[in-house]
Design a protein around this ligand. Structure first.
Ligand code: HEC
Length: 268
């Protein structure tokens, strides 16, 4: 091989090496920066895993089964089909999908056993949630379900996340506009998300609402007469209510309306 070719080859190898080194340092400094300045979206993401990710331990589900037998089976039955068959299968999924385990936990704790709500400890309620997940054929994992993990764990069907079902109670943000004397619309609206609180938003809910951006949806608002002080065209609002879908005429039957900003432009 002539000397010239050898020199050129060496030069090219050196250049590639330098390039790779630069990539490496870039990558490293990026990682460092990312670590120093976590994205705000990450902090706000409270639904990082789903019930398919092995979120409870088998021993926990077993404890839950005992607690269930003691406190719940009287009404809901040994096989969970009593009291309207709400604890597993289609009714369970329809009622809880696209929500998180915190909502499920809170509903049980604050309303069950029907004759004595809040009568068990949080640990027992969590164990029962683990048992009910097992009964709905979600896979167990190595770690037990904890209070901290509830809100980060999303309930979704086998096929993954889907649009919120019809007639679910939902929350959205959007731009309030008046189409005619008694027709009010919500335009540039975010995708509907499930809520269990039909009325005034908590601080956490308001923070979530403030972080939401405009979206592609339009809804007709029913029963806006109940919220006269908020019915001002051009305002950026949070709306809660029952979702009623129809081709070209999606509606929200309002249970709550709250101004987030005096002007839609300001908020978008
Ligand atoms: C005294 C009877 C009784 C007992 C005890 C009882 N439940 Fe219920 N539960 C009911 C009835 C009735 C309903 C309503 C069914 C319906 O909506 O059709 C219900 C509904 C539920 C729901 C559905 C709530 C919703 O909003 O979808 C869950 C979950 C539930 N019970 C869990 C439990 C658990 C867990 C226990 C034990 C800690 C328990 N229940 C104990 C009677 C009872």
């Amino acid at each position: 091989m002539p000397l010239g070719t050898i020199l050129i080859t060496i030069a090219m190898m050196l250049r590639r090496l330098l390039f790779q080194l630069r990539q490496l340092t870039l990558g490293l400094s990026f990682l460092l920066l990312a670590g120093l300045f976590p994205r705000p979206a990450e902090a706000a993401d409270r639904t990082a895993q789903t019930v398919w990710d092995g979120v409870f331990a088998p021993a926990q589900a077993e404890r839950g089964q005992s607690a269930y037998a003691w406190s719940c089976s009287r009404c809901h039955g040994e096989d969970l089909t009593g009291s309207g068959n709400v604890l597993r299968g289609a009714k369970f999924m329809d009622h809880w999908r696209e929500d998180n385990l915190k909502s499920f936990f809170t509903a049980i704790k604050t309303t069950m056993p029907r004759n004595a709500p809040r009568s068990l400890g949080d640990g027992e309620y969590i164990d029962i949630v683990a048992y009910l997940l097992q009964a709905n054929a979600f896979p167990p994992g190595a770690e037990e379900l904890t209070m901290d993990a509830l809100e980060q764990t999303r309930i979704v069907g086998k096929e993954g996340p889907k649009p919120v079902p019809d007639f679910a109670l939902i929350a959205v943000v959007g731009c309030l506009t008046q189409a005619s004397a008694d027709t009010w619309m919500l335009r540039n609206t975010s995708d509907p998300v499930r809520t269990r609180n039909p009325r005034e938003s908590t601080e956490t809910e308001l923070a979530d609402a403030a972080a939401k951006r405009a979206g592609p949806n339009t809804f007709r608002l029913l029963d806006i007469r109940n919220f006269p002080s908020h019915a001002h065209a051009g305002r950026w609002v949070e709306a809660k209510g029952l979702l009623i879908r129809a081709p070209g005429d999606d509606r929200i039957n309002l249970t709550w309306l709250q101004t987030l900003a005096e002007s839609c432009k300001q908020a978008q």
